[in-house]
Design a protein around this ligand. Structure first.
Ligand SMILES: Cc1cc2nc3c(=O)[nH]c(=O)nc-3n(C[C@H](O)[C@H](O)[C@H](O)COP(=O)(O)OP(=O)(O)OC[C@H]3O[C@@H](n4cnc5c(N)ncnc54)[C@H](O)[C@@H]3O)c2cc1C
Length: 453
């Protein structure tokens, strides 16, 4: 395999090493003495090399998984021995920023933070801020169907992608189609958003960008309980405002963040953006919707901004260093009518080890994401693993029972594979048919989105 690939990419673009993403269970397994297998990693440069690799892989039945920044947290990047990983880091060019039409054309290996800074220097923003932004790539953000901290204003990645350049498993190249919108059949590129590398390799994207807002006005509010906080969030979204940031922390998460509110008190951080007069007027309107709360002033917003990228990959790994420890996050989403029950039941399901927190962010007129963090430690690695799995099982079955989605933005990977069909129902047949027709040999990331076990 190595000799064949050397002919395509050259020896310097090939190496062999263990590959995994930041799925906490994979980190825990490694800690317990089961590291991921060593696999061959090829770093292609240029479309022709990707095409040649995929044709070679199809002819030889070798599974291929594309790799971006490897910051995924679900195990979507879990190659097995004998498989091949495509490191997309050479596709790192920002090809064009069109300041008239507010679009950006870039390759898929471009780092998320590098892209954002490049746009900021031109007074623009993509508006996509996952907490992991500094480690991500455009291809990974697209393939996981990611969502960022400013999604209530700018949307999630599916709202940002105008077109995609992809190589299909048989080597066919599909270029971005004309925009800003088209009725020439379905928007087929959307199939790639969330496909976790199962349908081919994303080479590049045309992205919608925005002018940086002239002004941002942010404040914090202390609500007496979760119910009144959620009501305020719903009223704000349903009023038609699109806050830049809006996050409600439950009582435990509020205390964890260092706020000393009354017992049961929940912190809401809201920021409005736009031309100065609009941002100010919207911030005033938000104060009206937060009448049940104490006004905590600007400080919580400033503090949130300072710490918005604190949960880094390094921090996650350091939490998981002590033997027997476990920590993970589960992001569900549901209509406003189920959020309170979802919160109560999932909190109790994940509280197996002590730490159980939740905040609500990524709000819509129809509902919101509930983002849970849980952790603890077991006497043995096996205890830790069992507690970890119990928490996941409780959260997944509760979400399914209440009609919530089992993932708002982290995706499927290995951790959610066994529940995908439960959520998708008849759509699973549609997904399988698409996968089989585009990738009949099952070469591309065979375990993605509830694929092979
Ligand atoms: C601390 C922390 C915080 C996080 N916060 C957020 C958050 O706020 N919001 C959020 O949505 N996610 C978050 N994540 C999850 C993660 O960062 C995202 O899923 C991100 O989109 C992954 O990008 P990546 O480049 O690292 O992709 P990778 O992990 O390398 O890959 C992810 C998947 O995409 C596929 N893929 C990658 N590149 C390509 C390509 N070019 N073509 C085809 N398939 C490809 C891979 O095969 C894999 O299946 C967080 C993770 C961490 C560790």
């Amino acid at each position: 395999m190595r000799t064949e690939l050397e002919k395509i990419v050259g020896g310097a673009a090939l190496d062999e090493r263990p590959i995994r993403d930041l799925w906490p269970l994979a980190i825990m397994e490694e800690r317990a003495g089961s590291p991921p297998p060593r696999v061959l990693v090829a770093r292609p440069s240029g479309r022709e090399q990707v095409v040649a690799i995929l044709r070679w892989a199809g002819a030889n039945g070798v599974a291929v998984t594309p790799m971006g920044g490897a910051t995924g947290v679900c195990g979507a990047l879990s190659p097995r021995a004998g498989e091949l990983v495509l490191d997309m880091s050479s596709f790192d060019r920002i090809l064009e920023v069109d300041e008239m039409n507010l679009t950006c054309r870039c390759e898929s290996g471009v780092n998320g933070l590098v892209l954002e800074k490049h746009l900021n220097e031109r007074g623009l923003t993509l508006g996509h801020f996952p907490s992991s932004l500094p480690g991500t790539t455009v291809g990974g953000l697209i393939s996981t169907r990611s969502s960022g901290q400013e999604s209530s204003r700018y949307g999630s990645v599916e709202d940002m992608v105008l077109g995609l350049a992809v190589v299909l498993p048989d080597g066919t190249f599909a270029a971005p189609r004309p925009g800003p919108r088209s009725a020439i059949g379905p928007a087929l590129h959307q199939l790639w958003l969330g496909s976790e590398g199962a349908l081919g390799v994303v080479l590049g994207a045309v992205l919608r960008v925005h002018r940086l807002p002239e002004s941002v006005v942010g404040r914090g509010y202390g609500f007496p309980d979760l119910a009144t906080g959620l009501e305020a969030m719903r009223a704000i979204m349903q009023s038609g405002m699109r806050p830049l940031v809006m996050r409600l922390y439950d009582a435990e998460d509020t205390a964890f963040n260092g706020y000393d509110l009354a017992i049961g008190g929940c912190l809401l951080v809201v920021a409005n953006a736009g031309v100065a007069a609009v941002a100010r007027a919207e911030a005033d309107a938000v104060r009206g919707f937060a009448a049940a709360a104490g006004d905590l002033g600007e400080d919580p917003w400033l503090r949130w901004q300072r710490h918005r990228f604190d949960l880094s990959a390094e921090r996650l790994k350091s939490f998981l260093e002590p033997p027997g420890s476990y920590l993970d996050t589960i992001e569900l989403a549901g209509p406003w009518t189920v959020l309170q029950e979802l919160h109560t039941r999932v909190k109790s399901a994940i509280a197996v080890g002590g730490l159980a927190l939740c905040h609500f962010s990524h709000a819509y007129e129809q509902g919101c994401c509930a983002y849970f963090t849980f952790g603890g430690s077991g006497d043995t690695e096996q205890d830790a693993r069992s507690a970890y799995m119990r928490a996941w099982e409780g959260a997944m079955s509760t979400a399914l029972e209440l009609g919530a989605t089992i993932s708002h933005h982290h995706g499927v990977g290995r951790v959610r594979a066994r529940w995908v069909a439960d959520e998708m129902g008849g759509w699973m047949r549609v997904w399988r048919s698409i996968k089989e027709s585009i990738d009949p040999q099952g070469v591309m990331n065979p375990r993605a989105v509830g694929g092979a076990p």
